[in-house]
Design a protein around this ligand. Sequence first.
Ligand SMILES: NC(=O)c1ccc[n+]([C@@H]2O[C@H](COP(=O)([O-])OP(=O)(O)OC[C@H]3O[C@@H](n4cnc5c(N)ncnc54)[C@H](OP(=O)(O)O)[C@@H]3O)[C@@H](O)[C@H]2O)c1
Length: 338
Amino acid sequence: MLQAVIVGHGGPEKLELREGADPEPGPGEARIRVKASGINFADILAREGLYPDAPRPPVVVGYEVSGTVDAVGSSVDSALVGTEVIALTRFGGYADVISVPAGQIFAKPPGLSHEEGASLAVAYLTAWQLLVVMGSLKPEETVLIHNAGGGVGLAAIDIARHIGATIYGTASTAKHPFLLERGVHEVIDYRATDWTKEVDRLTGGKGVALITDPLGGRHWKKSYRALRSTGRLGMFGVSTATSSKLAGPLRLGQAAAGMPFFHPVPLMNANKAVFGVNLGHLWGEADMTAGWMKTLIDGVEEGWVRPHVDRSFPLAEVAAAHTYIEARKNIGKVVLTS
Ligand SMILES: NC(=O)c1ccc[n+]([C@@H]2O[C@H](COP(=O)([O-])OP(=O)(O)OC[C@H]3O[C@@H](n4cnc5c(N)ncnc54)[C@H](OP(=O)(O)O)[C@@H]3O)[C@@H](O)[C@H]2O)c1
């Protein structure tokens, strides 16, 4: 087995390849020969020591893979051996072999490559929870998707399009033509302009019904203000913590200091709602997320779920893959191939 290990907190140079014995599938597990591993922004935060959920180094991160089952443990149907699957992994995905509980494995839609398969689960489940499960987005409403060019962002666009809502997105300028082609109605560069003024202009001062915000810190205050009456703010990340010049955990402290406090009375009087999403804390709700996955896999067949792979890097070039994402170059997903 080959794994990419985070050996300490810091830059991409903290990622090292290590060889080890293949894992044996335990009871209730299946072993997957990995063809592609999805990279998520949380992996970068974990490498930088900014992701409290990640185990301390040395650690192999990675929340999702696509590949072929080659062995199963006791109480798992042996018919699974030889099938092509996608799987959610609670860390360990940056590897060419991994054993995973069978409940976290799903048949890979035949129309998807392994790279696309490894790009589906985390991004689309997160976006589904944000837009549908908790955000209740309706066709006549407008949604603002921050960081629209990222993995979760593109997934959110697909889902909002499927619902039939009006879509605004924020992203770096270079990503705008792709996003317009993908189905966003209006794109705003949140780094070069004050996006709140643009939203005011576009909505005649009313605001939008739903905002998905992975930026965190003081951005959540701005997003809350940009909601219309009955609007909902879905908070699900602190990407901005990585831009700070402060050292290590101080960066999280800086992001936390800018965060809003939501008191019930102003919420009530404003007719607004706020909610949080952390897919990584739903492992105890496997039946619920499996139901969402079924809808999303059906969506692949129906044509509205379109995982987009921006670039693949061999597992051995994992540091270059992280550098690429941190330079904000990716549109959609970046994957590692084995
Ligand atoms: N809570 C959950 O369950 C959950 C699940 C998945 C993801 N997330 C969060 O959602 C966000 C997006 O995740 P993703 O995996 O889809 O990543 P991603 O968006 O594919 O990755 C990076 C993109 O984020 C944007 N970005 C914003 N601030 C940045 C910064 N300080 N440094 C570098 N890039 C920055 C850049 O796009 P622009 O050029 O447009 O700025 C960049 O291209 C992350 O905050 C992640 O932690 C949360």
